[in-house]
Design a protein around this ligand. Structure first.
Ligand code: C2E
Ligand code: CA
Ligand code: CA
Ligand code: CA
Length: 272
């Protein structure tokens, strides 16, 4: 038999406390990680669909944990994005991207993901402005649809500013979550990234295929380029080529890799 409601309550409280503590513990750890420069970037190349030549690479955040090894964002991004620390981390990553681009003889496009907090932070905009003289024309900013809808006005101001610097803009996870297309009428964007959930279902489902087909045509009519993410098989790749998708990204072509591996890839292609 269950005991009185009071007991259940205090147990619940204790659980909440434990969660809050874990959360705070995480925050302190993330702060320490930034101080010790344990955030790293991996790079996933993406390719022109028709020629399979390199079109650029997406910078993806990793955390080198002394105990657990290399952590992907799923292990920490939720806590990090809720903390003001996210902007400092993303600014540090921006600096790494700048240094990387300046070290390359023939720089390539580098896409990077930006959190809602950074997009509405004046300091982040200044950081982009500061590096843009050198590398602005190589940068592609990836923002989610959700942000473009929820923060439409602030997003517009921010995106217009960065585009003056030669930075291009991609809508990430396009086609998920938000049904509104109204922002495409007003916001300056260059690329639509077709969410991998559609890409991975389209060889199984006619409906998913119809959605990908429609997104590609929509982009074409709007004068935007399409990038399909999560391409894992030859079949998916061929289908995307048939549909006229401009750029492909996914494990079938290349996985996210450390900077050195991307550099090796670049020098290979250069010497061909
Ligand atoms: P995203 O921007 O949608 O990035 C694509 C994710 O799909 C990456 O996961 C990538 O490794 C993975 N991926 C690429 N190709 C394939 C494939 O063929 N199959 C499958 N199953 N997955 C593939 P990752 O690196 O774990 O990043 C997860 C998410 O974390 C990103 O999703 C992005 O939303 C977020 N993220 C990454 N870096 C940053 C950052 O610097 N700032 C912020 N705010 N978020 C970031
Ligand atoms: Ca992305
Ligand atoms: Ca995505
Ligand atoms: Ca995502």
């Amino acid at each position: 038999k269950r005991k009185g409601g009071e007991n259940t309550f205090s147990l619940f409280d204790q659980e909440m406390d434990a969660r809050a503590l874990r959360y705070l513990g995480w925050r302190a750890q993330l702060e320490q990680s930034l101080k010790e420069d344990r955030f790293e970037l991996y790079f996933q190349p993406y390719f022109y669909t028709d020629t399979r030549t390199l079109a650029g690479a997406e910078a993806l955040l990793r955390l080198r944990d002394p105990q657990k090894g290399l952590l992907a964002p799923s292990a920490f991004i939720e806590v990090l994005e809720e903390s003001p620390l996210i902007t400092a981390v993303e600014m540090a990553m921006l600096e790494k991207i700048r240094a990387f681009l300046l070290s390359l003889e023939r720089p390539i496009k580098i896409s990077f993901n930006i959190s809602p907090k950074s997009l509405t932070n004046a300091r982040f905009l200044e950081a982009i402005q500061a590096i843009s003289r050198d590398v602005g024309r190589y940068l592609v900013l990836e923002v989610t649809e959700r942000l473009l809808v929820e923060e439409a006005e602030r997003a517009r101001v921010f995106l217009e500013e960065v585009r003056k610097l030669g930075v291009r803009v991609a809508v990430d996870d396009f086609g998920t979550g938000y049904s509104s297309l109204a922002y495409l009428e007003r916001l300056p964007v260059d690329f639509l990234k077709i969410d991998m959930s559609f890409v991975q279902r389209m060889t199984q489902s006619r409906r998913s295929l119809a959605i990908v087909d429609t997104l590609v045509s929509l982009a074409m009519k709007l004068g935007l380029k399409t990038i399909a993410e999560g391409v894992e098989t030859e079949e998916e790749y061929k289908l995307l080529a048939l549909l006229g998708c401009d750029i492909v990204q996914g494990y079938y072509l290349a996985k996210p890799m450390p900077r050195e591996a991307l550099e090796a890839l670049l020098s290979d292609t250069a010497s061909v």
